[in-house]
Design a protein around this ligand. Structure first.
Ligand code: S3P
Length: 421
């Protein structure tokens, strides 16, 4: 049986809301991802009591108005979600906080949260206007009606969290429905939130109450294992308790559309999130193209999907994905570089890439630099399973940002396959 880590996106949200709730919440299967540990550390610095045990976290919240001015700069490390979502909470506090991150996070765009939070009345200054560290002085927020210029669940979440502190109902409109875990989690903790096709409204100053919650397995992490099963002949894989929120599960529809044999069973609703079992079997893949709204709905899975290109009949093509260039690394460039080193035929464009199919030739092992990006390291490790000779991935520990058990899990799966055959 494969143990998936708890979902990274959901873990961040449960932790933040537990810190703002009254009482002690218990979050089971909390993500082992380093990113989610960064969130916990920031919340500790803001006065929440965080107790860790194996795979569960207890957080004693301080209530909406109980956070304290931290004595030091908060460090979101590699985690964009931590920085952007906490910026929303900090915008509601009548004290000053500085939040920074590692070299990669300090390069990523922050204007997308600075703008709306300023419109709400927070004072926020970023380095060169758009970059972390962010210095935030909040309090007295106005409710706004905001249309997100780039589809982003992090930005939507920052505004909704700030909306908890506003003087009226805050509205966020998005052209593509991005992951809605914040909305589901806010409801779980007792906030009043209305959501109809692309428009979300949050009512201010709810009483948030501590909860017992279980985090589903991380589908975005599972996708690397699913891809491995699709690549390796005669393999099959069963994953239990996988998060199947429809705003995240489009990746399974896409894989099925290119020929993957994937079955979903035992689907149930838990804490406002769909959870179920996913069975995968090796099947020849046809290939296909991803563009438009699909991009935002599969944003974290695009590196793995593109990297499946050489294992498909017609290749994989991605358009409209310029957002990939401002993730933990420039994911279009890092992936193209790694795939080419392994012998794949890749054409890069400003907003995507085309990776040629099987006919372009066999892949070979190579020395790869994932540019410190966990999803690039995992995608290329899976590709390496289908290449001739060994691949060496530099600084492969970066996978710990989202899936610390990734290599051990992959090894175990390959071992199980070897025993079967
Ligand atoms: C996330 C949203 C996405 C995603 C990131 C996690 C979230 O980012 O890429 O890994 O938890 O809200 P954007 O909101 O920037 O698209």
């Amino acid at each position: 049986m494969v143990e998936l880590p708890g979902d990274k996106s959901i873990s961040h949200r449960y932790a933040i809301l537990a810190a703002l709730a009254e009482g002690r919440s218990e979050i089971s299967n909390y993500a082992s991802a380093a990113d989610c540990q960064s969130t916990l550390e920031c919340l500790r610095c803001l006065g929440a009591i965080v107790e860790l045990s194996e795979r569960s976290v207890r957080i004693t919240g301080v209530g909406l108005d109980g956070l304290k001015e931290p004595r030091r700069t908060l460090d979101a490390e590699n985690s964009g979600s931590t920085m952007r979502m906490l910026a929303g909470v900090l915008a509601g506090q009548a004290f000053s906080t500085t939040i920074t991150g590692d070299e990669s996070l300090r390069r990523r765009p922050m204007r997308r949260v600075i703008e709306p939070l300023r419109q709400m009345g927070a004072e926020i200054r970023g380095r060169e206007g758009d970059r972390a560290p962010l210095k935030i002085h909040g309090g007295h927020l106005r409710a706004i009606d905001y249309t997100t210029p780039v589809p982003s669940a992090q930005v939507k979440s920052a505004i909704l969290l700030a909306g908890l502190y506003a003087d009226g109902v805050t509205t966020v409109r998005e052209s593509v429905s991005t992951r809605d875990h914040t909305e589901a989690a806010l409801r779980e903790f007792g906030a009043t939130i209305e959501s109809t096709r692309g428009t979300i409204r949050i009512h201010p100053r709810p009483k948030l109450t501590a909860r017992q919650l279980v985090v589903p397995g991380d589908l975005s992490g599972a996708v690397f294992l699913i891809a491995a099963a699709l690549i390796l002949p005669e393999s099959s894989l069963m994953l239990h308790n996988v998060g199947l929120n429809p705003t995240r599960a489009r990746v399974l529809d896409f894989l099925i559309s290119i020929g993957a044999q994937i079955n979903v069973a035992s689907v149930q609703m838990r804490n406002g999130e769909l959870v179920g079992d996913v069975a995968v079997r090796h099947t020849p893949l046809g290939g296909g193209s991803i563009s438009g709204v699909q991009v935002a709905q599969m944003i974290d899975e695009l590196p793995m999907l593109a990297a499946l290109g050489p294992f498909t009949e017609k290749g994989i093509e991605i358009h409209d994905a310029q957002e990939l260039r401002v993730k933990e690394s420039d994911r279009i460039a890092s992936l193209a570089e790694g795939l080419r080193q392994m012998g794949a035929l890749v054409e890069e464009s400003p907003d995507g890439m085309r990776v040629e199919g099987r006919a372009a030739g066999k892949l070979r092992g190579a020395k790869i630099d994932p540019h410190g990006d966990h999803r690039i390291a995992m995608a290329l490790a899976v590709v390496a399973l289908g290449a001739k000779d060994d691949t060496v991935i530099r600084d492969a520990d970066c996978v710990g940002v989202s899936f610390p058990e990734f290599f051990a899990t992959l090894d175990r799966l390959r071992g199980a396959e070897a025993h079967k055959s």
